[in-house]
Write a protein that binds this ligand. Sequence first.
Ligand SMILES: NC(=O)c1ccc[n+]([C@@H]2O[C@H](COP(=O)([O-])OP(=O)(O)OC[C@H]3O[C@@H](n4cnc5c(N)ncnc54)[C@H](O)[C@@H]3O)[C@@H](O)[C@H]2O)c1
Ligand SMILES: O=C(O)C(=O)C[C@@H](O)[C@H](O)[C@H](O)COP(=O)(O)O
Ligand SMILES: [Zn+2]
Length: 360
Amino acid sequence: MSVTRIGVGEPASRYDVVVGSGVLSELPSLVGDAAQVAVIHPEGLGVVARPVVGVLEAAGYTVRPMPVPDGEAAKTAAVAADLWSRLGRHAFTRSDAVVGVGGGAATDLAGFVAATWLRGVRSVLVPTTLLGMVDAAVGGKTGINTPEGKNLVGAFHPPAGVLCDLATLPSLPTADYIGGLAEIVKAGFIDDPVICDLVEDDPQGATSPEGKHTRELVERAIRVKADVVSGDLKESGRREILNYGHTLGHAVERAENYTFRHGYAVAIGMVFAAELARVTGRIDAGLVERHRTILSSVGLPTSYAAEAWPRLREAMSVDKKARGATLRFVVLDGLAEPAILSGPTDEQLTEAYRAVTGDA
Ligand SMILES: NC(=O)c1ccc[n+]([C@@H]2O[C@H](COP(=O)([O-])OP(=O)(O)OC[C@H]3O[C@@H](n4cnc5c(N)ncnc54)[C@H](O)[C@@H]3O)[C@@H](O)[C@H]2O)c1
Ligand SMILES: O=C(O)C(=O)C[C@@H](O)[C@H](O)[C@H](O)COP(=O)(O)O
Ligand SMILES: [Zn+2]
């Protein structure tokens, strides 16, 4: 299998997202002159982390495997504090390194611990979910959740490199694979319509690592993210478009106490954002329907409970794009024409949400 390299960041601090198989051989050069390497991974994913540990040990590093709880349960202040203690007990210095292995939850946590330990040590990310490869491990956003909201604590801390071994994907449960498709479809709607065409051409194949367009979908989504992030590393402008569907999506995750897959919540959030764009006269019903058709064709949800609205509305007030009491949403003015909608009225919000419940 060939290897693809996609550069991210400004020229002086550029790193590669490497996609293919056998890519772990690049790990030692990315870890560099560290003596110790912490390998942070979900406790149930020892099998997936073992090759990472093996490559590092063979290269002579002292490897400290650091298993953490699975999924969102890892993205807590308590787990981060426990990792800081473990690093402290092993006397990790600024020349040591952190490797994050697993889905987006594990790499967000690992990146956050790397960002905060000694005010920042080197990290390398080895995403093993579709979502991790196309989105979470790319771009330097790291963080944890708090009871008040999703990713409310975090830092921008670009990794030294991202290694996406496509051979890890077949063991991923289909439901988690499908979650990753939401971020791929997001990249299609905000920037690369070919992604939408490819999913429409073979929705069934899109849900499988063996699908005929899988490699192209993965690489196109990474390129969208790499391109956007490279021009706006700290989200002072265009990077906000990557938050399409996330304002309501994060509120759904909080309402579900972080037990709802991120990609599924983002899928619902994208339908909401599309409805909001329709309600405010930006796009027509056809483009909204295309969201529903594409998302549901791969098994993603497109509606949510009507009675949840008050809780969701409240949760959206801590969205990072909000300014004071003014909510700001990423919407579309057309396919691949993202824009910011600032301060929609309560009537517009409730009308858009009603359409997401199927009660419109
Ligand atoms: N930092 C960012 O820019 C960014 C972008 C998008 C999403 N995220 C975050 O990513 C998280 C979601 O990531 P996710 O969808 O990868 O979920 P996840 O990390 O919870 O992983 C999903 C499940 O798959 C398992 N798993 C991982 N790799 C596997 C493999 N190869 N085989 C079998 N099982 C495997 C995990 O253990 C977990 O149970 C959310 O917390 C979200 O906020 C961050
Ligand atoms: O990288 C970004 O920027 C994104 O917004 C990508 C999102 O898919 C991702 O879920 C991100 O973690 C959301 O960021 P947040 O700042 O809203 O927490
Ligand atoms: Zn996301």
